[in-house]
Design a protein around this ligand. Structure first.
Ligand SMILES: [Zn+2]
Length: 437
């Protein structure tokens, strides 16, 4: 991407929202035309008598049918909108809620994703001349690491493809290549810093000036840092900005320097927040995030239900950009818990547990007791003396509900969390009947 093209893309971030919306209507029409080349949308929208020409304003988007994860699981192949000869890369979703879905990319799709990440890193404060260590998987059919790499290259920053894991090796690279930016999963970046600190080196003096995180939230719904976010900022002595994305969306949302949510790139996606019935909710209200990525060629989705709960904000951001933002993810819709009339997400419980430094690992087990309340058991692992009552009291003070707490030896807890051999340790065990949810 030439410097001029990037300048043009940046200009869109400060454009008048009305002008932006008019431009997005054009993009949405083109996107629908492309989506209808895929058998799934050709049939779905065709049967409903919808054509791209029916879109006159962005509010018309709400009249289109929603796409669910189940649609992808059952009919994944019917979403492809280009001939096989246009496919240059195949990514697989992480498959946390079912078998992995095959997501094919064309050359244009990879370039689009690179633009997404170049803009995201720019917004987060990365500039040409920055050296960025990518401590994220770049292979194994995952797309995030590849997207970060291509984005940094587009931006003109320097990428170090260190990949995930191995704190000692990461620290060695930090020492020898002097990155100014680290990109990784929060708990792992904390582990690297601790590894160094335990050996008498000071992570704060390593020259790292920014952390960009993926995977775990570092901010609460009110944008204040989670205990984990605080700990990271403290040990590295630099800002922590999070990114959110999903393979099938081919889109990511990353926080800017104002740290007031992840920016939605206006030419790359439209985001709606909907309630359980699928009705669009007003700005600032929590609900399920629905994403329509724009400009995707090979695997174009329309109104995809992510299953993640968040909020949308449209007022001008403190960074000067006018593009809308999404708040921190508050939980997964499928993991919503009911306790004495209160709705609660496991993520909220984990945030509170982070306050207790004696807790090394934790997971939640839930079974349905009655229709109105789930039976929640919080299992924490500790190498120190810690009473279940102490943990339960903290949870009660913060959440106003008191789940059962069981304290076990750390190794025992980790064994349960990793017994399925997934990409990351499992933290939520749902024993409720499918029908009672
Ligand atoms: Zn901003």
């Amino acid at each position: 991407m030439s410097g001029k093209m990037f300048e043009t893309a940046l200009a869109l971030r400060t454009m008048d929202p009305e002008q932006t919306a008019a431009y997005q209507v054009e993009l949405l029409r083109e996107h629908l035309a492309q989506a209808m080349r895929a058998p799934f949308y050709g049939d779905l929208l065709g049967a409903a008598g919808i054509t791209p020409g029916d879109i006159h304003s962005l509010s018309d988007l709400a009249d289109l049918p929603l796409t669910s994860r189940r649609d992808l699981d059952n009919q994944g192949d019917r979403f492809q909108a280009v001939p096989a000869t246009e496919i240059v890369d195949i990514a697989l979703t992480s498959g946390t809620t079912g078998p992995p879905v095959r997501v094919p990319y064309s050359v244009a799709d990879l370039e689009r994703l690179a633009l997404n990440e170049a803009l995201a890193f720019y917004g987060a404060g990365v500039r040409p001349g920055d050296i960025c260590q990518i401590a994220v998987t770049l292979d194994r059919c995952f797309v995030a690491g590849l997207a970060y790499y291509n984005g940094l290259v587009r931006l003109g920053a320097t990428a170090i493809r260190s990949g995930p894991g191995q704190a000692a090796r990461q620290w060695e690279l930090i020492n020898s290549l002097n990155p100014s930016v680290l990109i990784g999963v929060p708990t792992f970046l904390l582990q690297v810093a601790r590894w160094a600190a335990e050996r008498g080196r000071d992570p704060a003096k390593a020259g790292v000036r920014l952390l960009v995180t993926i995977g775990e939230p570092v901010r609460q719904p009110d944008f204040s840092p989670t205990p984990l976010g605080n700990r990271l900022a403290e040990i590295w002595q630099c800002p922590v900005r999070s990114s959110y994305g999903a393979t099938e969306l081919e889109t990511g949302f990353t926080e800017c320097a104002a740290e007031q949510g992840g920016h939605i790139h206006p030419e790359l996606s439209l985001v709606e927040i909907v309630n359980e019935e699928g009705a669009v909710l007003p700005d600032g209200e929590p609900g399920e995030m629905v994403v329509t990525p724009l400009g995707v060629r090979a695997f174009p989705l329309v109104r995809f239900r992510t299953g993640d709960i968040t909020r949308k904000y449209t007022e001008k951001c403190g960074c000067g950009w006018t593009s809308a933002r999404i708040g921190p993810v508050e939980g997964r819709l499928s993991q919503r818990l009911k306790m004495r009339g209160t709705t609660i997400y496991p993520e909220t419980i984990f945030h509170v547990l982070q306050e207790l430094k004696q807790i090394d690992a934790s997971y939640i087990e839930v079974c349905s007791a009655y229709d109105l309340s789930d039976e929640i058991k919080v299992i924490v692992g500790s190498r120190e003396t810690l009473s279940g009552r102490e943990v339960a009291s903290l949870l009660q003070a913060r959440l106003r509900v008191r789940p059962e707490v069981v304290v076990r030896e750390t190794g025992e807890v980790l064994k349960v969390m990793t017994r399925d051999g997934g990409r990351k340790p499992k933290r939520f065990f749902d024993l409720r009947e499918e029908t009672s949810r």
